[in-house]
Write a protein that binds this ligand. Structure first.
Ligand SMILES: Cc1cc2nc3c(=O)[nH]c(=O)nc-3n(C[C@H](O)[C@H](O)[C@H](O)COP(=O)(O)OP(=O)(O)OC[C@H]3O[C@@H](n4cnc5c(N)ncnc54)[C@H](O)[C@@H]3O)c2cc1C
Length: 421
């Protein structure tokens, strides 16, 4: 933008929203400088803002708390950041209906605190601490609970979004069965802010189980890991989580989460200990690293991978990933919901670009053979430049058509998502 058009845009934005400021270096999105930052206080104000931004042809990137703004590809341009941190209210907790209605800028932790007073929880883990509700939806983050409950797609029952042209759209509501036309919630979840700005979300809640237990057991080979995961998944112990961790030194751990009544958890713990065999142990608290993305363990700036596969492919994926890392001479830590076919991988910041590229391409091929994919979630700039972060996307034509309907001028986070969407 030229200075003249920036001034005109700023005037228009300021008449739509009382809090508009110039972007600072700290506002940059994945290194892309930001001209202006607006903090709307309501959905209506967000609509006005996006209408004004459209009038001036501004590109727009939504921000919750900025904890995952480096995920995906850097946007091609980021003229305006719409920061939702002022929209942080939990609007309504209908405990009797097990429903919560919250603004998208609310912290997931604050929502949990509110619903927790009634012995309830939003069954979404927080793999990235400090996440906002909107950010969790846009990136579809999940943690160990994914195995038992699913992801945001299984919990969101309604949402309010603002389209690129400023039009406010609502989908679903406070009843579970309520869909007409596009299922907007399902579309915006995981869309990395490229379809619309989410301003409000309604979720169904779960009761906090009265008792919980964590059973862990060591494993040494990919075959052992696959066998143990299959044994637990196909057993009667009804786990709430089936986690796998495999460290570069070869130390592997299966972790099984159990929740329910005290008596039920007691007997399911005994069954799980038996299933996992030698070295299995039960504890009241989760083991270290439970639900933490492995690249958050170590110094910042490394490469973070997300590997998915059918669980029948878990052994092959674990095996090839560690083999590829060993051959390339880089330490790879794998951790995630093995029982749900989702693993995360961490490579250190100083891993050579060629080595990262080799691990990505060899592992991606095997994930693909087993019905999954490999995505480079976060990476240093030289890795981003050298590697196809999203990989092949079978439904890309359909995704482009959806993008054309929602944002034909490509002004929402352009280039951030798969296929340059
Ligand atoms: C109990 C359980 C059993 C399961 N069993 C199986 C099974 O037997 N077989 C099976 O295949 N899966 C199974 N799954 C699902 C699978 O393990 C993963 O959950 C799924 O592959 C994750 O992909 P996603 O698109 O939902 O990821 P998301 O986190 O939703 O990804 C975010 C977004 O990115 C998009 N995206 C990013 N990269 C790509 C890409 N390269 N290709 C396509 N889209 C992309 C997606 O469209 C999505 O909107 C199971 C899951 C559970 C919980």
């Amino acid at each position: 933008m030229t200075t003249v058009s920036l001034d005109a845009a700023r005037t228009a934005l300021s008449s739509a929203c009382s809090d508009v400021a110039e972007g600072t270096p700290a506002d940059a999105v994945a290194g892309v400088p930001v001209a202006l930052v607006a903090r709307p206080a309501s959905t209506a104000e967000t609509g006005e803002l996006l209408r004004a931004a459209a009038g001036h042809g501004l590109t727009v990137v939504a921000r919750g708390r900025g904890t995952k703004s480096g995920w995906g590809r850097p946007p091609e341009r980021a003229d305006l950041v719409v920061d939702l941190s002022r929209m942080s209210a939990v609007l309504d907790h209908a405990a009797g209906d097990l429903i919560v209605d919250t603004q998208a800028g609310a912290l997931l932790a604050d929502v949990q605190r509110t619903v927790g007073t009634a012995g309830q929880r939003l069954a979404l883990d927080e793999p990235v601490p400090g996440s906002s509700i909107g950010g969790v939806l846009a990136t579809n983050t999940s943690g160990p609970g994914r195995f038992g409950v699913g992801t945001a797609r299984d919990l969101l029952i309604g949402c309010t979004v603002v389209r690129a042209d400023g039009v406010v759209a609502k989908a679903g509501g406070r009843v579970v069965k309520n869909v007409a036309g596009y299922d907007l919630g399902k579309l915006v979840i995981g869309s990395f802010g490229t379809l619309a700005v989410v301003t409000e979300a309604v979720f169904r809640l779960h009761p906090v189980p009265p008792a919980r237990r964590f059973v862990t057991a060591p494993f040494g080979t990919a075959e052992d890991a696959g066998r143990l995961v299959q044994a637990v998944v196909h057993s009667q112990v009804v786990p709430s989580a089936v986690e796998v961790e495999w460290r570069p030194d070869g130390a592997g751990t299966i972790g099984v989460g159990l929740g329910g009544t005290a008596a039920g958890v007691e007997s399911r713990t005994a069954s799980t200990l038996q299933l996992l065999g030698a070295g299995a142990e039960a504890a009241e608290e989760p083991p270290p690293g439970w639900g933490v993305l492995p690249w958050h363990d170590t110094a910042a700036g490394g490469t973070g991978l997300k590997l998915t596969c059918a669980i029948s492919g878990l052994t092959a994926v674990l095996d090839v990933a560690q083999r590829a890392a060993t051959d390339a001479g880089v330490p790879l830590t794998l951790r995630g919901s093995g029982g749900a076919g989702v693993l995360y991988g961490a490579l250190p910041a100083d891993a050579p670009v060629d080595a990262v590229a080799t691990v990505v391409s060899r592992t991606r091929a095997v994930c693909g053979e087993h019905g999954g994919a490999l995505v480079v979630v976060e990476a240093p700039a030289p890795v981003q430049a050298a590697v196809d972060v999203w990989g092949p996307v079978p439904a890309i034509d359909l995704m482009r058509r959806v993008k054309d309907q929602f944002d034909p001028e490509r002004r929402l986070a352009p280039g951030r998502f798969v296929g340059g969407i």
